[in-house]
Design a protein around this ligand. Structure first.
Ligand SMILES: Cc1cc2nc3c(=O)[nH]c(=O)nc-3n(C[C@H](O)[C@H](O)[C@H](O)COP(=O)(O)O)c2cc1C
Length: 216
């Protein structure tokens, strides 16, 4: 606990050194204030019309993490990491656009007239979409913020692992998550024990179609 954490300062190193880590020091606790910094930084991610339709259920309590363990396929990192962040996508997140744009006006980065027009138009547009489309949009935002959580944690010297291996229905039931909040992924954050294992990536040429060439 008294060891210092080595920060990773430049972007390239953060990206290259992030690996999914599944072994954590179970005695290491990241202070809530630092978790808040990680989350706040992550929320600088872009989102559809700046709706910021991500919500976070932070498990920062060993008893609660133990409750989560069987729901997440008994993955040991659930209890050994300092915290597990359940990233949730609010399919009705667009309803807060008025508040968001009011904040932009107060900050002096948007005129009142523009904010009002923007809010009205966007709320009308999102409101007219079905639940499925609203969810799909919020899930994309949730993916973007998730990535930033992992990079922001890495920059502070912490490791993470994103997890899709959990029972979303049980998660929602067990922790009374409102029906409008759809689980995106769980992210364990903590002090990794040893390096994460390196993984391979497909050659860029096989996944990139310059000007559409090679697609068909
Ligand atoms: C949506 C998603 C779900 C994942 N689910 C799990 C999981 O349940 N358990 C796990 O150990 N790793 C999980 N992973 C981690 C991947 O296995 C890992 O990101 C991938 O192997 C690449 O390795 P890297 O993250 O170290 O680059 C998941 C990753 C993503 C993006």
């Amino acid at each position: 606990m008294s060891e210092t954490i080595t920060r990773v300062s430049d972007y390239t190193s953060v990206v290259r050194e992030r690996h999914s880590v599944r072994q954590y020091d179970p005695n290491w606790s990241i202070p809530e204030a630092e978790l808040k910094e990680i989350l706040a930084e992550a929320t600088l991610a872009p989102s559809s019309s700046n709706t910021q339709s991500w919500r976070f259920f932070v498990f920062h309590d060993k008893e609660l993490q133990k409750k989560l363990l069987p729901i997440a396929n008994n993955q040991q990192q659930i209890v050994d990491s300092s915290a597990v962040i359940a990233v949730l996508a609010d399919r009705e997140g667009f309803k807060r656009l008025g508040q968001i744009n009011d904040m932009a006006v107060e900050k002096g980065v948007m005129t009142r007239e523009f904010a009002d027009q923007y809010t009205e138009r966007a709320i009308g547009m999102y409101g007219s979409l079905g639940k499925e489309k609203q969810t799909q949009i919020a899930l994309v935002d949730g993916g973007l913020v998730s990535m930033q959580i992992m990079l922001s944690a890495k920059a502070r010297g912490y490791d993470t692992v994103p997890m899709g291996g959990f029972d979303a229905v049980r998660l929602v039931e067990e922790f009374n998550i409102p029906e409008t909040l759809v689980p995106v992924m769980l992210i364990a954050v903590g002090k990794g024990v040893g390096p994460g294992r390196a993984t391979a990536r497909l050659p860029l040429d096989e996944i990139t179609f310059w000007n559409g060439q090679g697609l068909n």
